[in-house]
Design a protein around this ligand. Structure first.
Ligand code: PLP
Length: 421
């Protein structure tokens, strides 16, 4: 309560902004994930790896726009690409000079992506991938997993809450190879696809076991269903996502976040024979219009990022930095025998307030929610901005001083709150 009161006292402008916006948006919110009690921070500006809120406090940005902000705020390369595209005119209502370039870059990076199409978000990319799988197989069912998040209308973080989506879902526990195998075999004739994140992102940065993921590959293949790998968050883990690290070749992959250079973006792609469903020269194909699918700003920003900033070696280096940071934070937790740990892979991690091993969403749910809130308030006070649920997504401009500073702040949190953890 004291931490909450301190937060409220330090951030009157953010509080006032929420009150004002409540008159125009339900709860003053247009992005559910950003809301928390007593009120969310309003950010006024970003530069490099820093953010400034409406009350003028400066933060190290450890949230990185839920992984879309990989390049940092106002990255000069991305900025120049956007400005150049802007000069050529927005919304040309036609094919443009840029979309083929980004498609070539994405196909060049991901060997499993033989053909790709662009969308405006990761949510749409997943919806289109599922539509493709159903049309290609002529089957209705989709196997998904507890704790998974594939978009606002495809969320299974707290069980199936997707009544509004016309899909026939089967739900299995994440990282439970046996149940998934059984369900795939039992539904051999009706299963169109298995949709899975190689690491649960919103579900708390819980990595998929390699054996679990390869079982999904083998079992889908055996029954003629498609494996759709949602790499919207994990694509940053190497030049070609987590699939390359695991030697896994999905039928379809969905992408989003930073690949559009930080602009609105999604993509789905994979096997040429499946993607041929969208070939407009073929009769009876699947429609996939979308006013902004090839918008010039995203196409330009995405291509600039992949060619000039995020080379595969840069992806590997960022992964290694993230691993080192997570090891360091976990060592701090262990040294104090605290009921706290950081799960994740590479540059993506999530704080959890339990010392027990976390392999499935239920393990994470047993963590102490009040400590999670306290951690958020203490980090904000110390000048580190992360997701309220404890997600940390490292961005490229973060330097060693910022990472050292964060480790120091976590150490202080463990000391200051020792009686509670
Ligand atoms: N899939 C995963 C794994 C995600 O983490 C997200 C967003 O957080 C999405 C899909 C949805 O992407 P978007 O928010 O662009 O619709």
């Amino acid at each position: 309560d004291e931490a909450r009161a301190g937060y409220a006292a330090r951030n009157p402008q953010s509080a006032a902004m929420l009150r004002r916006n409540q008159a125009f948006m339900p709860g003053g919110n247009t992005r559910s994930v950003l809301f928390y009690e007593p009120f969310p921070l309003v950010m006024a500006r970003g530069e490099g790896c820093h953010l400034w809120d409406a009350d003028g406090h400066r933060y190290v940005d450890l949230l990185g726009e839920f992984t879309a902000g990989l390049y940092g705020h106002s990255n000069p390369v991305i900025r120049a690409a956007i400005l150049e595209a802007l000069e050529g005119g927005l919304n040309l209502g036609a094919h443009n000079m840029l979309e083929g370039r980004l498609a070539e870059l994405v196909c060049g990076r991901f060997p499993s992506i033989e053909r790709v199409r662009f969308t405006n978000s990761g949510t749409e990319a997943n919806l289109m991938a599922l539509a493709a799988a159903k049309a290609f197989t002529g089957r209705p069912r989709i196997l998904v997993f507890t704790g998974a998040y594939h978009g606002g209308v495809l969320t299974f973080v707290s069980g199936p809450s997707t009544a509004s989506v016309p899909h026939d879902f089967l739900l299995a526990p994440y990282n439970d190879e046996e149940t998934a195998t059984r369900l795939i075999r039992e539904n051999a004739d009706s299963l169109a696809a298995v949709l899975v994140e190689p690491m649960l992102g919103s579900g708390g940065c819980i990595p998929g076991d390699p054996a679990f993921l390869s079982a999904l590959r083998a079992e889908t293949e055996a029954v003629g269903a498609l494996l759709v790998l949602d790499e919207v968050m994990t694509s940053r883990m190497s030049g070609a996502g987590r699939q390359a690290m695991l030697g896994l070749r999905p039928d379809l992959t969905t992408l989003g976040k930073y690949i559009g250079g930080g602009m609105s973006f999604g993509a789905f792609g994979g096997r040429a024979d499946v993607m041929a469903l969208f070939d407009p020269t073929r009769p009876g194909g699947l429609p996939h219009a979308g006013t902004f699918n090839n918008n010039v700003l995203t196409m330009a920003a995405g291509a600039a990022g992949l060619t000039q900033v995020f080379a595969p070696e840069t992806a590997d280096a960022l992964f290694a930095r993230g691993e080192a940071l997570r090891d360091r934070l976990n060592a701090l937790c262990r040294a104090r025998a605290a009921a706290m740990q950081f799960t994740g892979l590479g540059s993506l991690m999530n704080a959890h307030f339990t010392a027990a091993p976390i392999r499935r969403p239920a393990d994470a749910a047993s963590g102490d929610a009040r400590l999670r809130d306290l951690f958020f308030f203490d980090m904000a006070e110390a000048g580190f901005y992360l997701a309220r649920r404890g997600l940390v997504a490292l961005m490229l401009p973060l330097g060693q001083p910022e990472l050292d500073g964060f480790a120091g702040a976590v150490g202080q949190f463990l000391e200051r709150r020792a009686a509670l953890i």
